[in-house]
Design a protein around this ligand. Structure first.
Ligand SMILES: [Zn+2]
Length: 415
């Protein structure tokens, strides 16, 4: 852009001799003002032009403190620098490597990402964000991802995936994480280039996943417990829909709000993944993003237990009953599910479909003991009616709270 601008201006004004001739031709003093004005305009335009050029070329060198750029920045020489005019003077991320390491004894795992920067040094820094999903965002200043740099998919043990993006003059390396990291769990640093070892300037990201220690110590009672309640579905996702049109998301929210009130009366602190009819991540997010947003809420607020509330559905409308699911990642998950299931059956008196193991995302990916309850079958016309009635909603809420009391009493005995 600036080169084009420059060319047009010069073709109009640069034969300065013409102006002089014209000045001589027009002896008429009234006309003398015109060339004079032109000179002033020319002067102003050139001044503007020079400042525009220095804006392009004199941009601060993307250098780290105490480090001198290895490459030379383009010099202002003539107006003919057509190649570089307007082009970004960004260094390039030329290559990305990674390695995984797991300690056999402790189970602690480590992921190292190494990014080569041709012509570095550059500055890099990282920050962990919890929303919309857990991420480590590394900003590498004054760089752009090279053509060979591709996004990487991981197994989700330490990282889900790494995405390379540009943000203004910087590269953003976005590491999607399965769970929130603490500040001490990652490190971003740079390594100088080493000509002898033929190594370029490097940006290194280390992510440490500590050994899976589940250090829970439960006491009896609900007082001061931090309980995450996840009303299933919401917003753009109605969940299952009953034969007469009642939606799962409505029942789960009503029961969750009752549970919240009861727990708070008992002195517990309640964290809701949603308080109203909305998506937790955002409208029409992918299923995983939406579920991860829910586990992130519980993880980042350090809940003691996590309960996801749902209603079941099946093609056969005669099928009904209450079930609870768990993923045994701590020694408490099954215990929590059984206690909740007992509470729910005592309260609602529906068919006991028991506490069962399952691989559901929200109970697997939360750090704390978790359970997913299926209150009743919304596909069953009788149970749909129950689910929509405030009396049954309140009964089942009480069942959940009694189940939680039972759980903390049992868990306290394990200490
Ligand atoms: Zn559901």
């Amino acid at each position: 852009m600036s080169h084009m601008f420059c060319f047009l201006i010069i073709s109009d004004f640069s034969p300065a001799g013409i102006l002089t001739k014209k000045t001589k031709l027009y002896k008429d003093t009234s006309r003398l003002e015109v060339p004079l004005l032109r000179k002033i305009v020319l002067f102003l335009v050139l001044t503007l032009l020079i400042s525009a050029w220095s804006g392009v070329y004199a941009a601060p060198a993307p250098a780290a403190p105490q480090a001198k750029p290895v490459i030379d920045l383009p010099q202002i020489n003539s107006g003919q620098s057509t190649e570089s005019a307007g082009a970004n003077q960004l260094l390039e991320l030329s290559k990305v490597r990674w390695a995984n390491h797991t300690e056999a004894v402790t189970g602690a795992a480590k992921l190292r990402l190494v990014m080569d920067v041709s012509g570095g040094p550059v500055e890099a820094s990282g920050v962990v964000v919890a929303t919309p999903t857990p991420r480590l965002v590394v900003t590498i200043k004054g760089t752009t991802p090279g053509k060979s740099v591709e996004n990487i998919n991981f197994d989700g043990k330490i990282a889900e995936k790494v995405t390379f993006d540009t943000s203004g003059q910087d590269t953003q390396v976005i590491v999607d994480l399965p769970v929130m990291l603490e500040d001490g769990d990652y490190r971003v640093f740079t390594l100088r280039s080493d000509a002898q070892a033929n190594k370029p300037f490097r940006v290194v990201v280390d992510i440490n996943k500590p050994a899976p220690v589940f250090d829970f110590s439960f006491t009896p009672g609900l007082k001061n417990k931090v309980i995450a309640i996840d009303p299933g579905h919401g917003g753009s996702d109605p969940g299952a829909i009953g034969p007469s049109g009642y939606q799962e998301k409505t029942a789960t929210l009503a029961v969750a709000q009752n549970v919240k009130n009861l727990l708070e009366k008992a002195g517990a602190r309640v964290i809701m993944t949603r308080q109203d009819d909305r998506d937790v991540y955002g409208p029409n997010a992918t299923a995983v993003d939406e579920l991860k947003a829910r586990t992130t809420v519980a993880d980042s607020r350090k809940a003691d237990v996590f309960i996801s509330i749902h209603a079941n559905s099946f093609t056969d409308r005669a099928v009904g009953g209450t079930a609870t699911y768990y993923y045994q990642k701590t020694r408490y998950d099954a215990m929590l599910a059984r206690a909740l299931q007992t509470g729910l059956i005592e309260a609602g008196k529906l068919q006991d479909r028991r506490a069962n193991p399952a691989n559901f995302y929200v109970i697997k990916r939360t750090r704390m003991p978790a359970a997913l309850v299926e209150l009743a079958f919304i596909s069953n016309p009788d149970e749909e009616k129950l689910l929509s009635s405030p009396e049954f909603q309140q009964k089942m809420s009480l069942g959940i709270v009694r189940g939680l009391e039972r759980f903390f009493d049992q868990a306290a005995k394990l200490n």
